[in-house]
Write a protein that binds this ligand. Structure first.
Ligand SMILES: [Mg+2]
Length: 242
């Protein structure tokens, strides 16, 4: 594709793309471990180990599906591992505690709001394709206050398998007009956020370009460090002669 072609749609990943994941996950886990110490009387190193093991167990059992990220399941499994009874209401409170503190720590990456507004100004369709359950991802979008600038959201809970299977991207393609699929840009933090080559091969999109944090082995994917770089690319595409 030509670098100067305007995108017809831009597909964003959510976690660690629109905001930085690690500070949020740390804030959530800290609150969770505090709760375990104060309310369950389980000291932090023990609970932390149980939580880590619980996450491994849940992911191993469920494979690449949305509920494999469920903090509710991690908390429930962690309590079983440390020999507590299954207490559904405690697991629910813990999950709430995790996500409440996670979302309080969430901040839109610099440049994201500007880029979304520039896309809207240029009549480019915007979408989010993300792995995890819809309930949590919708709440994140509400907290980040970007939902009004996004035309379509697909969560992997809506498909059997996660993004690496391409199913969520295929669902998005089925939901948009065919003209939106002419030149699709993908913005993410992992290779599987921008499966440009394979989507073109399969005829899901006509053409496209990917932007992935760090490096990538794909022809049509470039690395990005700041969101501003992607807006610069959009500016160059909007006025290719300059
Ligand atoms: Mg991500």
């Amino acid at each position: 594709m030509t670098a100067t072609q305007m995108p017809t749609m831009v597909v964003f990943d959510l976690d660690d793309t629109l905001y930085e994941y690690e500070p949020c996950n740390t804030a959530g886990k800290d609150a969770l471990f505090r709760f375990a110490t104060e309310e369950l009387g389980v000291m932090s190193p023990a609970f932390e180990q149980a939580y880590t093991q619980a996450r491994v167990n849940v992911k191993k059992r469920l494979g690449p599906t949305a509920s494999s990220h469920s903090r509710l399941l991690y908390c429930h499994e962690a309590m079983e591992l440390i020999g507590l009874r299954s207490e559904p209401h405690v697991a629910l409170v813990m999950e709430q505690e995790y996500w409440r503190n996670y979302m309080l720590a969430m901040e839109l990456r610099p440049g994201v709001a500007d880029l979304l507004q520039a896309l809207r100004y240029n009549d480019v369709v915007t979408a989010i394709v993300t792995d995890l359950t819809a309930q949590i991802q919708f709440r994140k979008l509400y907290h980040l206050d970007v939902a009004k600038l996004i035309d379509h959201v697909v969560c992997s809970e809506e498909t059997a398998l996660e993004k690496a299977s391409l199913q969520p991207f295929e669902l998005l393609a089925a939901r948009v007009t065919s003209s939106a699929l002419d030149c699709v840009w993908f913005v993410g933090d992992q290779d599987f956020d921008a499966p440009v080559d394979v989507l073109v091969e399969r005829g899901v999109i006509k053409d496209g370009l990917g932007f992935v944090h760090g490096s990538s082995g794909q022809d049509r994917v470039r690395p990005w460090r700041t969101v501003r770089e992607i807006e610069d690319q959009l500016d160059r595409s909007a006025s290719p002669s300059s």
